[in-house]
Design a protein around this ligand. Structure first.
Ligand SMILES: NC(=O)c1ccc[n+]([C@@H]2O[C@H](COP(=O)([O-])OP(=O)(O)OC[C@H]3O[C@@H](n4cnc5c(N)ncnc54)[C@H](OP(=O)(O)O)[C@@H]3O)[C@@H](O)[C@H]2O)c1
Length: 254
């Protein structure tokens, strides 16, 4: 089956393309780097020829309110129009768990607009909402840090390994459209402050266990993503502050 992955060079897209190819599918990695631009329409008609499924795992280069809205609206409209012309039978898009509750953020308003366009189109679809990727932990800590203060929400986090997100997207892309939304998430919730702080001290540590599940490939991937995420985070905060980063003194109930 020909599956075009728009954003196929990204964190999720590149993993997804490899997994689909391993399963014997004709997976096309499409992005501006390979001459396919969902924002301008460049290369889309050619890339979508003969495709059964299009997976949208793009992200906007800018998260500024107007820019990110323009990106997801224009890109989604273009994709749906070119898919209709090419007779594509399944549009799959990756979104974020809780999007409708986070509309104070321009990024989430744009993701909501993307979802609304997909639901209103004639193309059979599946929207996959994932929790935050473990690979994004350092980014969260970075953009939450201002001078010697780290401001983190008290809401729990339930991160997922990018590899597992890609597997879930692959499973759904090769199945029938559900014309609805599917949610996927990691196995354990924890508070950002204490979780991140302990993770910095002990990237291999025992704070977060894959509770109640047998040791299997998924749990190994999750632990490995967690270890890498916390190593990166620890490296970042120690590197920038010589160990005195406020995150290292943080406590909460998580
Ligand atoms: N971060 C999280 O925790 C999280 C959680 C749930 C869902 N998500 C969603 O998951 C999706 C994928 O995220 P990611 O981290 O894998 O993204 P990423 O690594 O930033 O990759 C973005 C991809 O979009 C492509 N792209 C950018 N502009 C494009 C354009 N005009 N036309 C076509 N492709 C374009 C990039 O191509 P080039 O390499 O050629 O620039 C790249 O392949 C996003 O929509 C995000 O909202 C994220």
């Amino acid at each position: 089956m020909k599956i075009v992955v728009i954003g196929g060079s990204g964190l999720i897209g590149s993993r997804l393309v490899s997994k689909l190819r391993e399963q014997g599918h004709e997976a096309v990695a499409a992005s501006p780097n390979s001459g396919v631009n969902s924002l301008t329409g460049e290369g889309l008609a050619e890339a979508l020829k003969g495709a059964s499924v299009v997976v949208d795992v793009t992200n906007s280069p800018s998260w500024e309110d107007a820019a990110v809205m323009k990106f997801f609206e224009t890109s989604t409209r273009n994709l749906l129009a070119y898919e209709a012309a090419a007779g594509v039978g399944h549009h799959v898009a990756l979104s974020v768990v809780g999007t409708e509750r986070l509309l104070a953020s321009g990024f989430f308003r744009a993701k909501m607009a993307q979802e609304t366009l997909i639901k209103g189109s004639s193309i059979p679809y599946t929207i996959i909402r994932a929790t935050q990727f473990f690979e994004f932990v350092k980014g969260i800590a970075d953009f939450s840090t201002e001078g010697n203060k780290v401001r983190l929400p008290t809401a729990l986090i339930q991160p997922m390994a990018a590899d597992d997100v890609a597997s879930a997207v692959g499973r759904i892309a090769t199945g029938s459209p559900v014309n609805g939304t599917v949610e996927v998430g990691g196995p354990e919730k924890f508070g950002r402050t204490q979780g991140f702080a302990r993770g910095c001290y002990r990237p291999e540590g025992a704070l977060l266990r894959y509770r109640g599940e047998r040791e299997d490939a998924r749990s190994r991937r999750w632990r490995s993503a967690r270890r890498d995420a916390f190593r990166n985070l620890a490296h970042s905060v120690r590197g920038e502050s010589g160990g005195g980063h406020p995150l290292m003194d943080a406590t909460d109930s998580g």
